[in-house]
Design a protein around this ligand. Structure first.
Ligand code: ADP
Ligand code: ASP
Ligand code: MG
Length: 416
């Protein structure tokens, strides 16, 4: 008997028929003799609607009240799924996050899970009941509801799997696994059978929203076996039809050769800021990035160009698009100190990344990326690298062209 946490995303619970389909899948896992706990998202579109309502009433909202509103989507689906299971003769009950509780920090709107109490739930599972838990929501230290950031149900599921010491965490979604690139953009994308935690982490953080970044981090740190699979296919999670996220050693142990590049990711959620003609003296970078860090704004890519006479420099960097206005405001405040000429903000950009653990031991991976983009006439605005990833910033209109060209260049295209 295995203990499995299953998670169903928004499309998979998008209407009542789909919720009944989910209930049938859970029932089948139970009939195989497995202990199952389920985490569900809100119905697809529901969270967007809730976020919009908040924005309509108060654009600069109180994050505590934002969470009160947007956490409600998942309350609907847990109740409906518990009812659907009961209709099939499976004992089931829903648990709101405060009832367990799922404790988080107080970062409303992007809270991190600190602890999940599972004692009561484990008892009910042992007695044959299927607990249904809402994704995306938690309880703050001051006893108020929190949410985990968009896509956070993946993180709820992995955290629950870690807390329950589950054998596996099956993330059911609307694609049948992790692909070499977003299959909605790249027709020739190929399903990957096994991907390492490290590669999955880079893919998620560079824009592949199939898993929330934090969920991969948690899985890696707690050695949770995560599988991504489709809720629309017949196969059950226990048949292992999807993509497994595993340790690199596990792949090596099978004697499999890792591809140098295993995926291409992209993100249109970035904005580019250039601060022009800043005095080129020690401490200037700290003076620019200090106020941004104080405002909790993540800076990602950075490039600096010193002027020909060496007296001043332009600094270009990227921030999340949602934080652009705040970032510009912070920099404006520091103008007296920084003495720059101008702040230029550009939202017409996309970040395209090639990812692969094989890069560590192969030369020429970056060169191929630059040559491929040059061949398509695509200008590179900023570059950043890590051990297993190269990212470039390009004009947004070239995103699809760049992703598809790179997919072909690194020989990732499906053959049929
Ligand atoms: P859910 O609602 O189930 O959480 P998401 O929309 O969050 O589903 O994630 C699934 C989507 O992720 C897919 O529909 C697909 O378009 C997108 N996606 C992006 N990159 C990839 C990738 N490399 N492999 C698979 N899916 C990807
Ligand atoms: N319902 C939330 C969202 O749409 C959480 C999730 O689906 O993972 O972001
Ligand atoms: Mg998701």
């Amino acid at each position: 008997m295995a203990r499995i946490v299953v998670k169903f995303g928004g499309t998979s619970v998008g209407d009542t028929d789909r919720i009944k389909n989910v209930a049938r899948k859970i029932k089948a896992e139970v009939e195989r003799g497995n202990q199952v706990a389920a985490v569900v998202s809100a119905m697809s579109g529901a969270t967007n609607q809730l976020v919009k309502w908040v924005g309509d009433v108060a654009p600069l909202h109180d994050a505590r009240e934002y969470d009160v509103v947007v956490a409600t989507g998942e309350q609907v689906t847990i109740g409906l799924l518990a009812l659907a299971l009961q209709q099939l003769g499976v004992q089931s009950r829903s648990w709101l996050s405060w009832q367990l509780p799922i404790r988080t920090d107080a970062a409303y709107g992007k809270a991190r899970i600190v602890e999940i109490k599972t004692a009561e739930m484990a008892c009910s599972m042992a007695a044959g009941e299927v607990p249904i838990v809402p994704g995306f929501q938690g309880l703050s230290p001051e006893g108020r509801v929190t949410t985990l950031g968009r896509g956070g149900s993946d993180t709820s599921a992995v955290a629950l799997a870690a807390a329950l010491k589950a054998d596996r965490c099956d993330i059911y979604t609307d694609v049948d696994g992790v692909y070499t690139s977003d299959p909605r953009i790249v027709d020739k994308a190929r399903k990957i059978d096994q991907v390492t935690y490290e590669e999955m982490l880079e893919m998620a953080s560079q824009g592949s929203k199939v898993l929330q970044t934090r969920s991969v981090e948690l899985a890696m740190n707690h050695h949770v076996r995560v599988q991504v699979l489709s809720s629309f296919d017949e196969a059950l999670g226990s048949d292992l039809p999807g993509t497994m996220v595993v340790d690199e050693e596990e792949i090596m142990a099978q004697g499999l050769e890792k591809a140098v590049v295993s995926g291409i990711a992209f993100s249109k959620d970035e904005a580019k800021i250039t601060v022009t003609r800043v005095a080129d003296r020690p401490g200037v970078a700290a003076a620019i990035f200090g106020p941004l860090a104080d405002a909790n704004i993540n800076v990602d890519m950075i490039v600096q160009n010193v002027s020909l006479d060496g007296s001043s420099t332009d600094i270009t960097f990227t921030v999340p698009r949602a934080d652009l206005a705040r970032a510009v405001e912070q920099l404006d405040r520091a103008k007296a100190d920084l003495k720059f000429t101008e702040i230029k903000a550009d939202t017409n950009v996309a970040k395209v990344s090639v990812i692969g653990v094989g890069m560590r031991s192969h030369a020429g991976v970056a060169l191929k990326m630059f040559q491929t983009l040059a061949g398509k006439g695509i200008n590179i605005e900023v570059i950043s690298t890590s051990e297993i990833k190269i990212s470039v910033l390009v004009a947004a209109e070239y995103t699809e062209l760049a992703v598809r060209a790179l997919h072909t260049a690194y020989e990732l295209d499906a053959t049929t």
